[in-house]
Design a protein around this ligand. Sequence first.
Ligand code: EAX
Length: 328
Amino acid sequence: MIRIAHRPHLAALIAACAAWTAVPAQAQTLLKLGHVLAKGSHYDIGAQVFCDSLDKNTQGRYKCQVYPAGSLGGEREEVEAVQIGTQDFVITSTGPVGNFVPEIKIVDVPFLFRDYDHARKVLDGKIGQDMLAKFPSHGLVALAWSENGFRHMTNNKRPIVMANDASGLKMRTMENKVHMDGYRAFGIQPTPMAFPEVFGALQQGVVDGQENPIPVILSSKFSQVQKYLSLTGHVYSPGLIITSPRIWNKLSDADKKAFQAAATLSVEATRKKVNEDEANGIAQLERDGMQVVKQVNGASFRDAMKAPYASYAKEFGADRIAAIQAVK
Ligand code: EAX
């Protein structure tokens, strides 16, 4: 038996332990956040900012662990994992998301958005926010529109200047029917594939090319496996920060605000990185050896899009397409 009276240090230690157990330990939740792009990419910067501000805004009660580079799977798999509860957050392009939330498929229509300013205005405004409100009925919660960027074509066969220069090329696309239906009008053979498989498929010649924004082409080092880049800018690719009702509905109102504020800072950081990559990326890709067609014949691509636009108008409503294009 240990007599405490003559052991002041032991008494102090026991008193400290008693005090420590009396204070309720702050419950800490570690959230799993995944995305498919490389560390340092525009998604990864947004993910880090999200996690840092969440930790700070909730005094450490909520932290997140970022899983980059498709370590949790492709975008469709990750959205599915969030929906069934094995993953807590995903930062993704809208690529596969229309398969889960059909109401947002319209944003993937080629040549729908004029430029970055137009896209950001639409998505941050009523049209975009009303679309985010459609997610919960599909078992998902979208905190904010993030950003992937305007998509351009790369390939190993030839420079693409006119739309029909792309004819016959086997091009990897996202698992996105709106894109695939549109791109067929350029004469390409669309080959849907999860992003983590793309670099290998290009390297082995399984596909001739792919299309992605400059930030993705840069951070994924596609210059190592692609010779030609054509600045087609044929579609704007929005991003999304998605979680599940399982996480969201448990949060207090104050914590919901903290998560929302972290998402806002995340989107700002991603958009800033996109702006930087758009400004500096093409010169970098030329230095890395890509042959860049800077002036494509945009009219030939828009003309080719006339037929698909008739079916887009039927599917999504000509008025909804016009309303988006009318946003100044
Ligand atoms: O979201 O799959 C794609 O091409 C996406 O643009 C990429 O994963 C970034």
